[in-house]
Design a protein around this ligand. Structure first.
Ligand code: HEC
Length: 199
């Protein structure tokens, strides 16, 4: 009688076994592929992804990058593939703003930023200390940041990729209300064609 109460040891059904094997194979393949990718990335001299952001630091820019590093900016910002995504990425900021704007922002964030600021500004905002740094440090950081450039079409560039897109043209034609044509400018018309040479 006792024996009957015991649950019989459950065996896996064929379908379940198959499922385990198949998902196991996927996991193993994933690990192998990741390993190969890491190996190729480490040994290849060609970058796997096309680099759209670049920098060419002047002497003062280099000094600024050190000051930037010593002031915990990368706790919130990403730049030159370091840092976090808590604040906005500063890669390519030099294409969006010039050194004057950046310096003005660092000194007077709330007056300069086009929106309400979250972290830059007076206490108790977390990045309040930035505006209190020595003026020459702020200047050097502004120069450094203005030297972080991005090419057309990169996610950090204000200018979209070169060339016409029949798809986008068709979408605009179909969906954009007529009055938008007067109200808004096509961002692709923003930059004269001649400056594409930087690529
Ligand atoms: C506590 C997080 C934090 C820290 C630390 C911080 N920032 Fe920021 N930063 C932000 C946020 C968030 C924004 C967007 C504006 C806002 O909401 O304050 C911003 C905006 C900026 C902008 C304008 C970016 C743009 O594209 O408009 C610059 C430039 C900047 N920060 C530079 C710095 C520098 C330089 C330091 C270090 C000295 C620094 N930040 C430290 C969070 C931070």
């Amino acid at each position: 009688m006792k024996e009957d109460n015991k649950k019989p040891k459950q065996k896996l059904k064929t379908g379940e076994k198959l499922l385990f094997i198949v998902s196991g194979v996927f996991v193993v393949l994933g690990i192998i592929a990741f390993g190969i990718m890491q190996y190729v990335m480490a040994t290849s001299d060609k970058p796997i992804f096309k680099q759209h952001t670049h920098f060419d630091l002047s002497e003062i820019g280099q000094k600024g990058s050190q000051i930037y590093r010593h002031n915990a900016c990368s706790e919130c910002h990403r730049a030159m593939s370091e840092g976090t995504n808590m604040g906005n990425s500063l890669d390519g900021i030099g294409t969006r703003h010039d050194a004057v704007w950046i310096e003005q922002f660092l000194n007077h964030p709330e007056e300069t930023y086009p929106h309400r600021t979250m972290d830059h500004g007076p206490k108790p905002k977390q990045a309040y200390y930035v505006a209190e740094l020595p003026k020459e440090d702020i200047h050097a950081m502004a120069i450094f940041l203005s030297e972080l450039k991005s090419d057309k079409g990169s996610s950090s560039s204000p200018v979209p990729p070169k060339g016409e897109s029949p798809f986008i043209d068709q979408m605009v034609k179909t969906w954009a209300p007529e009055e938008w044509k007067h109200k808004y400018k096509d961002i692709r018309d923003k930059e004269p064609q001649t400056t594409g040479a930087a690529e």
